[in-house]
Design a protein around this ligand. Structure first.
Ligand code: NAD
Length: 258
């Protein structure tokens, strides 16, 4: 029978293992560091080897335990091997993703394929391999996917990106229904505008303009930081959210959704 850990202890991940894709940068790095800070052994995966190494160093400097997997999330075999190398798996955070903008009438097949491959299939493979291992070990677990506020709002140029993120939401709800009986929870995080390398406009004026605009849209009057999303992921990863599955959590500063 279910005996909840009370209060802050519910956020303790000591003795748990977490796998984080996209761990070399931005939100994925913040998730890897926070989950390690909560006590988990963290396996970080990314295409960017130097960035991964930096994340692992950050974790080790904080006294945590990190392993790295230099891989492409669109390669199912690489993802399987990396996930299977974990002795146990309690948490999967499928964060890796890319941005792409093109008007619908100028969108090419190769744009759509690339974005769906990384942002949808990359998340799908991570979810499938994680759920398989959790079921095999009969250990339960928590899977967190990375959607986006773009799913709610749409937006010019966001056809490929938003379609992939909408597919991630569908994956999340479907998988949650299918694996709940194994004690596995599946939830999505749909952040608003977060300051990361993905949203860097490489021009100080343009950046300031965008951030001022985004800040005005939030009742909290600021843009998001990677840590704001990582805390939402920690909540979903931990026993604090033990009765939450198939949901979308929106760390977006309260930006009004249509
Ligand atoms: P980021 O660019 O800082 O980090 C993305 C990471 O994913 C990078 O380290 C990159 O190397 C990795 N990656 C990309 N393709 C990969 C592949 N094929 N295989 C392995 N790793 C790969 O971006 P971020 O802002 O931290 O975004 C992280 C996630 O959050 C993405 O899924 C993004 O769509 C989502 N998101 C971001 C924002 C935002 O405003 N920054 C808002 C909503 C959702």
């Amino acid at each position: 029978s279910y005996r909840p850990l009370m209060g802050v202890k519910a956020y303790d991940l000591t003795g748990r293992t977490a796998f984080v894709t996209g761990a070399a940068s931005g939100i994925g790095r913040a998730c890897a560091v926070l989950l390690a800070g909560a006590g988990a052994i963290v396996h970080g995966a990314d295409l960017d080897a130097p960035g991964l190494h930096e994340t692992a160093t950050l974790i080790k400097d904080l006294g945590g335990t990190a392993r790295t997997h230099h891989l492409d999330v669109t390669d199912r075999v690489q993802v399987r091997q990396a996930v299977e190398s974990c002795e146990r798996l309690d948490v999967m955070a499928a964060v890796a993703g890319i941005m792409h903008r093109s008007p619908v009438l100028e969108t090419r097949d190769e744009d759509l394929d690339r974005v769906l491959n990384v942002n949808f299939k990359g998340v799908l493979y991570a979810c499938q391999e994680a759920a398989r291992l959790m079921i095999a070990h009969d250990s339960g677990g928590s899977i967190v996917t990375m959607a986006s506020g773009a799913v709610d709002t749409g937006g010019p140029g966001l056809l490929c990106y938003g379609a992939a993120k909408a597919a991630v939401v569908q994956l999340t709800k479907t998988l949650a229904n299918e694996v709940g009986r194994y004690g596995i929870r599946v939830n999505a995080v749909a952040p608003g505008w977060i300051r990361t390398p993905m949203t860097d406009r490489h021009d100080a004026d343009a950046q300031e303009h965008t951030e001022a605009l985004m800040s005005r849209m939030s009742p909290l009057g600021r843009v998001g930081a990677p840590e704001d999303v990582a805390h939402a992921v920690l909540h979903l990863a931990s026993d604090a959210s033990a009765f939450t599955t198939g949901q979308i959590l929106r760390p977006n500063g309260g930006v009004a959704m249509p």
